[in-house]
Unconditional design. Structure first.
Length: 425
């Protein structure tokens, strides 16, 4: 559920007309709905309220500091994967003690910054990384909390690039090795190894892999506790589904219904790292049609946004529902689905201006007839949209706008030509 809806054929973000935003800030533009972010967060908070739960919103999914700020105010912690993301969290006034730091390749400066900030947990992916943390923590006289990333070897059905919970990945250690790591480091004076972290991947649409992961991890927790180790928290990572198509994924309540009963009596804190399930449909990318072109049997709608602005279709073959910001009544979509049928619609490719065959947003997609100057909304673009954007083809990154009720504000300016060369002197 989100707050991007058509009223009399015109698309609104909450109570602001999308056209109005485009007129004032230009295109392409990322438009976020604050109410949608907060609504998703609240639903997760409620769904897991029977457990001691910390929600650590994944900064890499959509990390503008203005967004992190209201998320922190609404009670969210943060999941970070770099020193830059830690900097963002601190700039936004986020609580470092509610911050968890994941990633297979943390550098020494990044680890030192996180030690300085007294973050909640270092999510450690290998013995080598743990050794390094022990060395650096010793130098700073800190004793950080550590969660060991364990790979439960469950098959999370998604694009191969997005799967991280199988044995053959660079992420985490397997269950047998986890026992050894706790045996070797469980009472290390320089670090407090006291939690287990799991992150299965992203882009799945089912609850089962989570249930299966918890069912595989709980015996490990029991075993570790039986050996005298403390396991105070289970971090279940992120990857909960987002509605790229209407109603296609389980709700927070449905995930919780599978997960909470398993953990209820385990005296364990739960940490969740949702990214796209919070921010994906909290944002759209708005782009303007430049040209219509025919090529063979195809019709191309060429727009002013490119793969540098939103790379998910090119990178993952991701589906984004695309629809004009203004349509006749008969073209108001009831659902945002792949298999939408509509009389009078055309089948087109929506492509960008970049010199790459991979620069497309949709192929063989139905769209109401469009012409030069029309605005198209690329829906569910809040996650891994702006954060994965680049300056390829010397294109300034898009402007970001936050809508709150009747109002909107620019939360990141459009990059200028000067910005593009500023560091090249
Ligand atoms: C990317 C990532 C997340 C967030 O994934 P979503 O699919 O956006 O929910 C959470 N935890 C870790 C460790 C990640 O790498």
């Amino acid at each position: 559920m989100d707050y991007f809806n058509y009223k009399n054929g015109t698309l609104f973000a909450e109570n602001v007309s999308i056209e109005n935003i485009a007129d004032q800030v230009g295109t392409p533009v990322y438009i976020y709905s604050k109410a949608t972010f907060k609504d998703h967060l609240l639903k997760i908070q409620r769904a897991y309220s029977r457990l001691d739960t910390t929600i650590c919103y994944s900064v890499k999914a959509c990390g503008n500091i203005n967004i992190l700020k209201f998320m922190a105010e609404a009670g969210s912690g943060f999941d970070i994967v770099s020193g830059g993301e830690l900097y963002r969290v601190l700039q936004a006034g986020g609580d470092p003690s509610q911050t968890v730091f994941a990633g297979v390749g943390k550098t020494d400066p990044e680890i030192q910054e996180a030690l300085d900030a007294d973050i909640g947990y270092f999510n450690i992916e290998s013995e080598a990384e743990l050794e390094n943390l022990i060395r650096l923590a010793g130098q700073q006289g800190k004793r950080p909390k550590v969660a060991l990333r364990v790979n439960p070897d469950v098959d999370y059905k998604t694009h191969a690039f997005l799967r991280t919970g199988k044995k053959e990945t660079k992420f985490g250690v397997d269950i047998e090795r986890a026992v050894k790591v706790f045996a070797d480091y469980g009472d290390n004076p320089a670090v407090n190894l006291c939690a287990v972290h799991v992150h299965l991947g992203t882009g799945g649409k089912k609850i089962d892999p989570y249930v299966e992961a918890v069912e595989k991890i709980l015996p490990l927790v029991d075993r570790l506790r039986g050996q005298g180790h403390t396991v105070e928290a289970l971090d279940l990572g992120g990857g909960y589904g987002a509605d790229y198509e209407s109603g296609s994924v389980p709700s927070a309540t449905e995930y919780a219904a599978g997960i909470v009963p398993l953990l209820k009596d385990k005296k364990i804190k739960l940490i969740l790292e949702p990214g796209k399930s919070i921010c994906a449909n909290a944002g759209i990318m708005l782009t303007r049609v430049l040209y219509i072109k025919r090529g063979g049997s195809k019709k191309f709608v060429i727009v002013d946004a490119g793969m540098n602005d939103l790379i998910r279709p090119s990178l993952y073959d991701a589906f984004h529902f695309i629809w004009p910001a203004k349509v006749d009544d008969k073209f108001v979509p009831e659902k945002r689905n792949k298999d939408l049928q509509m009389d009078g619609a055309e089948v087109v490719d929506v492509v960008g201006p970049i010199c790459e065959g991979a620069d497309f947003f949709a192929k063989d997609r139905i769209l109401p007839p469009t012409k030069r100057g029309d605005l198209l909304s690329v829906f569910t673009a809040g996650a891994y949209g702006f954060t994965m954007s680049s300056n390829y083809n010397a294109r300034g990154r898009a402007v970001e706008v936050l809508v709150d009720g009747e109002n909107f504000s620019v939360i990141r300016k459009r990059e200028t030509y000067e910005d593009l060369t500023a560091l090249e002197k």
